[in-house]
Design a protein around this ligand. Structure first.
Ligand code: ADP
Ligand code: MG
Ligand code: MG
Length: 871
């Protein structure tokens, strides 16, 4: 077994074995980049260390001796020598970076004798005692567990006594005094003298790095970031170079491009006469790299040449650590740099234009999750500094918003009209009746509900931000206040909410609007050329449809008609329709609704000229359109019926399990006249728009079937209505009739559905609900526990469950395509905008996904990446 790799023996592909840092150090040595020589002890040795009860195998210790010899040969220095000592850094490095979680020890190999020899040789006691005290402190803290403050007190005492402003003022004698004090502290705290033997120091340091893998903070970090505990960390043992010998030396950190904006410029900081973490520790204020370039143009040029080389080699923006020792440059680390969503897009496009990446590689390099940041308002950074989080709920729909809080939709609508102020709607939960209030508010917070609750779905559709399932919140609508953690906030208190993080803040935090850069448009256009899956939008009205087009939608994959029914002007006729005693009365009420629907559809077809528009017939149970019992008296008056009659109707329509109740096509089977009216409205609108010269492609979708007979029965009414209208108008108009597959039974009979439907759209929200038997609105309560206990890796309402629900989609698609090769198959649930689900739908051979307008860019990039990944 190879336990140790000399730098240059490994390469950048070996991150799992050598850790990110070690793999890249090896790679850089092979590239000829100046890197201090060293070796990497593999992460497997860390695993072994724990398996052995926190002990190293003798073989590893023997190998370390051998590699120390190699290091001595390579550097021409000797471990423990008084005249020519080899000093080492011992650095952790796991396969993924865990910033600040694990330990590094610098200047190892020093002891009283070595120090004395170095002082004589260098004639620079200030430097030698500075590194000695650093070593004792780091070793004492990291390896021996001595408290940081004990060391700091000594330093403070010396500075105070001499009126020094900073560390640079200390003389050689001062540092000598400090290091002697430090040695005494370690001896006192550990009960043993400071270890003088460099080999003993090294083994202790390596073990300490192994053990830093298992500190509570590291474990917490891994749990939080989904990193496996079994991976372990590699250890890098490397020759020291010194940035603190004099003002000709120094140390720096940089990004090869601006990590916030993506601009092509070296972006970083430098400190003269400094070592290691001095920059990050903030002991002194670092210089901008531009200033370093002015002082040391030759070294800076050498540095930037290396950076160009690294970028070309890694094909990515790099995050680099470097040190200059007496005018000589060394690189200590490189890795792909973290960046904002905006920077990610700019860097990808720039690199493709520079010829560093192909367009495919550029599209592939985009972090799809970060794309979301670009489409929504965010809080201004300056304004966030003083913000304090009151509570946190689910990050249900991204973006930031600020406004005065209101607890009812009517109040919101009224206030908006009177004052025009920005409002935030806080409710226990929302229902379709809240739609008007939701339209006028900037964002929503609900106490109950999960990621696919009504509030969450509507918010994503509107591109507004939403925090759902905010359990610490309690709202008293009647008295007009809410309580968070015992504190009351009256209606109209200014608040701010962040749907990207789920945070709720008191007070107004300034937001800024998203900007769509040229690069953003470019990367989308490249992704469109690559992808195979179509990307359509869920949009219910002209406004959403226009938004969807801006983002690149290729059609409307789902238009929900019920939202149109809730409009204040129409709800009365809808209620008359529901309360009708016979077909004639119902048809009369429907006649009044028809012109409204006609207008809605006309606008949609106009906006979507040339693209498909898939309209779903009425889906929710009818009682959703009726008032609550306590509003019955008032509504009865408006309707001109008796309150008793209305209450009786409410009772008749009541269902124990409305989601499994009289809804979707079941409603239409009972009242085909509703479907007839909707088909009429759709086709009449299509005819009208077609007459203006636009291209109209209507698709009529029958929801919630579980048998093919339901589909056949309703298709009969629809076709009869549509064909008569088209014949009468004498126009050429093609339309399609299809169905939504969202019950497991419908999915199982793909061969039958395929014969009757011209298209299938999987409603994966309902399909997930019914396949698991999890209520969409309530499952949030226990799904978190399922995730924590590893029972379900993720929320099946957020990412499609490929093992179960996905199999139904796959089976249905296969069977439907076998009997109808022209059938168009897509997805219109929330999963249509989620990257891992999109990859699955791509592999399953679907024709398109449909998602809310604000997810379209994400879906386009994800679809292109799916194509590249599965090619
Ligand atoms: P981290 O993973 O926290 O970045 P590193 O192992 O990179 O820790 O070490 C932190 C810092 O210590 C480096 O940025 C560098 O300044 C300094 N350092 C590490 N190794 C050496 C070395 N061989 N010579 C000089 N300085 C070093
Ligand atoms: Mg580092
Ligand atoms: Mg459904």
């Amino acid at each position: 077994m190879k336990r140790i790799y000399l730098f240059g023996e490994g390469n950048k592909s070996q991150k799992n074995l050598l850790g990110g840092k070690g793999a890249n150090l090896s790679e850089m040595v092979t590239m000829g980049v100046p890197v201090p020589m060293g070796y990497t002890i593999t992460a497997d040795m860390c695993t072994e260390y724990y398996a052995n009860g926190k002990k190293n195998a003798d073989e590893l210790l023997a190998d370390m001796k051998e590699y120390n010899k190699k290091l001595e040969e390579a550097t021409g220095k000797e471990f423990g020598s008084k005249t020519n000592p080899l000093l080492l850094s011992v650095r952790s490095g796991a396969r993924v970076s865990m910033p600040g979680m694990m330990d590094t020890i610098l200047n190892l190999g020093l002891n009283t004798d070595v120090v004395a020899g170095m002082v004589e040789k260098t004639n620079n006691p200030k430097f030698v005692y500075d590194i000695f005290r650093r070593f004792i402190q780091m070793f004492g803290e990291v390896v021996q567990g001595v408290e940081f403050d004990l060391f700091e007190e000594v330093l403070d005492e010396v500075k105070e006594k001499n009126n020094y402003e900073g560390d640079l003022d200390l003389t050689g004698d001062d540092w000598k005094y400090v290091s002697e004090k430090f040695l005494a502290i370690v001896e006192k705290e550990t009960g043993k003298p400071f270890p003088q033997d460099p080999e003993v120091q090294l083994e202790m340091a390596v073990n300490a790095v192994f053990e830093s893998w298992d500190t509570p903070r590291a474990i917490y970090y891994r749990n939080h970031n989904g990193i496996e505990h079994s991976w372990g960390t590699a250890v890098n043992v490397q020759e020291m170079v010194f940035g603190n010998t004099s003002d000709n030396s120094g140390t720096g950190v940089l990004f090869t491009r601006n990590p916030k904006t993506g601009t092509k410029e070296v972006w970083g900081e430098f400190l003269f006469n400094a070592q290691g973490e001095d920059i990050v520790a903030g002991i002194r204020t670092p210089l901008k790299l531009e200033e370093f370039a002015k002082v040391s143009p030759v070294i800076y040029k050498e540095l930037t040449d290396i950076l160009d080389n690294l970028e070309a080699h890694y094909k990515d923006m790099q995050d680099v650590e470097f040190t200059v020792e007496e005018g000589k440059l060394f690189l200590l680390q490189t890795r792909n740099g973290k960046r904002t969503g905006a920077a990610g897009v700019k860097i990808a496009v720039d690199m493709a234009n520079e010829g560093l990446l192909t367009r495919e590689e550029a599209v592939n390099s985009i972090d799809v999750d970060a794309i979301d940041q670009l489409l929504h308002p965010v809080f201004k950074e300056e304004a966030m500094a003083s913000a304090e989080t009151l509570t946190t709920g689910l990050a249900a729909s991204p973006g930031a918003a600020t406004g005065k809080i209101v607890f009812s939709s009517e109040k919101a609508a009224q206030l908006k009209e009177e004052t025009g102020e920005k409002l935030l709607l806080f409710r226990k939960e929302t229902s379709p009746e809240d739609i008007e209030g939701m339209v006028v508010c900037e964002g929503f917070v609900t106490q109950l509900g999960g990621m696919t609750s009504h509030a969450a779905v509507v918010a994503r559709g509107m591109g507004k931000c939403c925090v759902s399932g905010c359990g610490e919140l309690s709202i008293n609508e009647e008295e007009g206040y809410m309580t968070i953690n015992g504190v009351q906030y009256p209606e109209l208190t200014p608040f701010s909410i962040d749907g990207t993080t789920g945070e709720i803040f008191a007070g107004s935090i300034e937001t800024k609007a998203p900007e769509f850069s040229e690069e953003f448009q470019t990367i989308l256009s490249w992704a469109k050329e690559i992808k195979r899956l179509g990307v359509k939008a869920n949009a219910d009205n002209g406004r959403d449809a226009r938004q969807a087009l801006v983002f690149g939608a290729e059609g409307i994959g789902l238009c929900r008609t019920e939202h149109m029914f809730f409009d204040e002007e129409r709800i009365l006729d809808v209620r008359r329709m529901i309360l009708a005693d016979n077909v004639e009365e119902r048809e009369a009420a429907l006649e009044k609704i028809l012109p409204h629907q006609l207008k809605d559809f006309t606008e949609l077809f106009e906006v979507m000229d040339g693209k498909t528009v898939c309209i779903r017939l009425l889906d929710p149970p009818l009682h959703e359109f009726l008032p609550q019992a306590d509003e019955a008296a008032e509504v009865a008056k408006d309707l001109g019926v008796s309150e008793a009659d209305l209450l009786r109707a409410l009772e008749t329509l009541h269902e124990f399990n409305p989601m499994l109740g009289h809804r979707g096509c079941r409603l239409a089977v009972t009242y085909p006249e509703i479907s007839v009216m909707q088909a009429k409205a759709i086709i009449m609108a299509a005819i009208n728009v077609a007459k203006t010269g636009k291209v109209v492609k209507p698709e009529i979708m029958i929801p919630l079937i579980s048998t093919v007979e339901e589909l056949k029965y309703l298709k009969g009414f629809i076709k009869e209505t549509a064909d008569a209208l088209i014949a009468e108008a004498g126009v050429e108009l093609e339309y399609k009739v299809g169905t939504m597959v969202e019950t497991p039974r419908a999915a199982l009979i793909g061969n039958l559905v395929g014969q009757e439907a011209q298209f299938i759209s999987y409603g994966t929200n309902d399909l997930t609900q019914m396949t698991f038997g999890f209520s969409r609105d309530d499952a949030g309560k226990f799904l978190k526990e399922y995730a924590e206990k590893g029972i379900l890796p993720n929320d099946p309402f957020a990412a499609v469950d490929q093992t179960g629900v996905g199999q139904l989609v796959e089976l249905s698609t296969k069977n439907a395509k076998a009997v109808n090769k022209d059938i168009i198959v897509g997805v219109c649930g929330e999963h249509g905008g989620e990257p891992s689900s999109i990859d699955f739908f791509h592999r399953t051979g679907l024709n398109y996904v449909s998602c809310s307008p604000f997810r379209i860019p994400v879906a386009i990039i994800a679809a292109a990446q799916a194509e590249l990944r599965n090619k």
